[in-house]
Design a binder for this molecule. Structure first.
Ligand SMILES: Cc1cc2nc3c(=O)[nH]c(=O)nc-3n(C[C@H](O)[C@H](O)[C@H](O)COP(=O)(O)OP(=O)(O)OC[C@H]3O[C@@H](n4cnc5c(N)ncnc54)[C@H](O)[C@@H]3O)c2cc1C
Length: 626
């Protein structure tokens, strides 16, 4: 069922009149003053004016909470142009509406996280059926807004079942407002434990409804066996200064944790994240698998961060990627809407012609089992080291390099929390904290603490890989965009020497934890390039032959199901030990999202992805007893 339950502003309502209507009905901004975070649940995003108003009030308030979460549902999202048109009536909101529209794309059914104000204003948008989305949500709301439609016209929306579901997301004292004063809504809310008041409107304001969740009974929370226990910010040690560690450090520091980051290398991004440049492309599958959905959410999170912290065309670029499909894999989901704003589609004639002419791919496409290539409009490349450095620049993060952690030691139990000591091979304490995040790639397995009878390890696999790269000498033989599908080729990025370079990756050597480069791998990489882009390979043959093609190798870390591990290791036995690893071959897509997911679990915040998907990434799924 598609719903449009918008808490609409009456058309002639001035902003000065609308503001109290929206804010005061939920006791804002006074209620959020000095709070660490505020979580708003809004049913019916509509034109987004409500979100813009709350965002603007947050910006203007010196007592604002550190984080503002706005969780909203929408059955059929409007086009960005329609959002802008609605906001033009309110010039004060227009600059915010422009920012919203910049991120307003790829809103397929499911959960999307849009981030503003350097990640302090987080919009979690659920597209689809409200009841189903409420089930998939994980929020304890501080304020709730309901749409102002008429229950007579659309009785299914506020049936008792939905209102009960809504009440489950409220704490005692959560305030609710609605533009609808329908008696059935008032009765329904009262039965669910709300104290309800009908507020008369003074023209042009309409009557509206205010309510406060204060049931006569003790509300029961549904048991969620896998849900991590919430923490409040204290000290945290993150082990590993690669993409995973840097992203977790940034997300935790943003929430007030004092983060100490430790790494065995002499500088940040010394492990797999030292890759010169890497590719980001959404994964596609006919059943829109977990990996496919996660890859899109991850891409969105990485590009959001890159847009505000890195230099476009120097550190990153997202102009699209072409994926060849020699083995026929990577089909598009058949349930995707035919028209609209897609992440991925069949490549068009221009894109196919571009690789045929520049890279001599014509003879290949006519042969064998290759099916039409895909075009990933949001694909691109990014430099991992720049991304890591930008994440580590978050205030509140302190890094120490050249320190190898040997193990964790529990020193004391303070209430439900432990203090963990991070020790070196001689047993000396390097740092201590209430929270430790293992983000040491494959080495995370060996750092799993053994406490009392708890004897388990993370099940991780190392996969060594090598890439080749060099200076571009003949740009005419390069495709105009990156191409993947049999290895991946990035035709032009600016190297540290200021020259334009190409990069071709990568080899896969399972169960190998050795990051030394190998001459034989260069040959394998060249053979992959010959299949992927024969014309380009032709012009690079001498570069490979005479050793001008440089080599870089690193070790990926994967889990058995190829999905990241994010969350507590064992909340009961090892309180305060979290994991973020197994980013596999997609660390650039996953890291920023996984950092936010880890922080969301820790603080009982709205999750940035569907709850079921987040649960399937929990680190506890892949440990085995020794
Ligand atoms: C050849 C190759 C090509 C790739 N191409 C792409 C690509 O195109 N796109 C993409 O998205 N991803 C790509 N990847 C994957 C990506 O590089 C990884 O997913 C990502 O870098 C993993 O980040 P991480 O932080 O988990 O691990 P790492 O970057 O390896 O960081 C782990 C850190 O932990 C530290 N550490 C380990 N043990 C200890 C200890 N005991 N004490 C202290 N510190 C410790 C290490 O020094 C290291 O710095 C590629 C990987 C390889 C190898």
């Amino acid at each position: 069922m598609l719903l449009r339950a918008t808490f609409r502003l009456p058309p002639d309502l001035l902003l000065t009149q609308a503001r109290p209507f929206f804010l005061e009905s939920c006791g804002l901004p006074a209620a959020w003053a000095g709070q660490a975070r505020w979580r708003v649940l809004d049913i019916g995003f509509g034109q987004g004016l409500h979100f813009l108003l709350i965002w603007q009030a947050w910006k203007a308030d010196p007592q604002r909470p550190r984080l503002l979460h706005f969780v909203s549902t929408e059955g059929a999202p409007l086009a960005a142009t329609e959002l802008l048109r609605a906001a033009t009536k309110y010039p004060e909101l227009l600059p915010l509406a422009v920012q919203l529209c910049e991120q307003w794309q790829g809103l397929l059914p499911g959960v999307h996280r849009l981030a503003f104000e350097d990640g302090q204003v987080l919009l979690t948008l659920g597209i689809g059926d409200t009841q189903a989305l409420l089930k998939e949500s994980s929020i304890e709301a501080d304020s709730v807004y309901l749409g102002s439609f008429s229950p007579q016209g659309d009785p299914g929306i506020w049936d008792q079942h939905t209102l009960k579901a809504l009440a489950r997301y409220c704490r005692r004292g959560t305030r609710l407002a609605s533009g609808s004063v329908a008696p059935s809504l008032i009765d329904g809310l009262s039965q669910c434990g709300f104290e309800v008041n009908k507020m008369p409107g003074t023209a042009p304001q309409l009557d509206h409804l205010q309510a406060c969740f204060n049931p006569h009974w003790e509300p029961k929370k549904a048991a969620e066996p896998n849900k991590p226990k919430p923490h409040s910010p204290k000290r945290c040690v993150v082990i590993g200064a690669g993409l995973a560690g840097a992203a977790c450090a940034a997300s935790l520091a943003k929430r007030g944790w004092q983060v100490t980051l430790l790494d065995a290398h002499e500088a940040a991004a010394g492990g797999a994240s030292a890759l010169p440049v890497g590719m980001l492309a959404p994964h596609t599958s006919p059943d829109d698998s977990q990996l496919s959905r996660l890859s899109r959410s991850g891409l969105r999170a990485t590009w959001q961060f890159a847009r505000t912290h890195l230099r476009v065309n120097v550190d990153w670029q997202a102009n699209g990627i072409l994926q060849r499909r020699f083995d026929g894999s990577g089909g598009l989901p058949c349930h995707w809407p035919e028209s609209g704003d897609h992440w991925s589609r069949l490549a068009g004639a221009d894109e196919i012609r571009a690789i045929q002419t520049a890279a001599g791919a014509a003879q290949q496409s006519a042969s064998n089992t290759e099916v039409p290539p895909l075009w990933h409009a949001a694909g691109g490349w990014i430099k991992p080291q720049r991304l890591v450095r930008a994440l580590l620049a978050t205030p509140g993060v302190t890094a120490q390099y050249g320190v190898k952690v040997a193990s964790l030691r529990r020193t004391s139990v303070a209430g439900p929390e432990c203090i963990w000591q991070v020790v070196d091979t001689t047993g000396d304490c390097l740092a201590e904290a209430e929270l430790v995040v293992l983000a040491a790639g494959f080495e995370s397995a060996g750092l799993t603490p053994h406490v009392g009878l708890w004897r388990a390890r993370l099940a991780l696999q190392p996969i060594r890989g090598q890439v080749a790269w060099g200076a571009v000498t003949d740009a005419t033989a390069m495709p105009p965009f990156p191409v993947n599908g049999h290895g991946s080729f990035i035709p032009a990025f600016m190297g540290e020497d200021g020259k334009t370079h190409w990069l071709m990756g990568a080899t896969f050597q399972r169960d190998c934890n050795d990051s030394k480069t190998q001459g034989t791998d260069q040959q394998h990489i060249f053979e992959r390039l010959q299949r992927l882009l024969p014309g380009t390979a032709e012009t690079l043959i001498t570069t490979f032959d005479d050793g001008r093609a440089q080599a870089w190798a690193g070790v990926r870390c994967v889990s058995a199901d190829r999905l990241p591990l994010v969350g507590p290791l064992d909340d009961a036995a090892l309180p305060g030990v979290y994991v973020c690893t197994a980013l596999g071959s997609r660390g650039l897509s996953f890291a920023v999202l996984c950092g936010e997911l880890l922080a969301a679990w820790l603080h009982a915040e709205p999750l940035p992805i569907e709850k079921r998907l987040a649960q399937s990434l929990l680190a506890s799924r892949h440990r085995f007893s020794e």
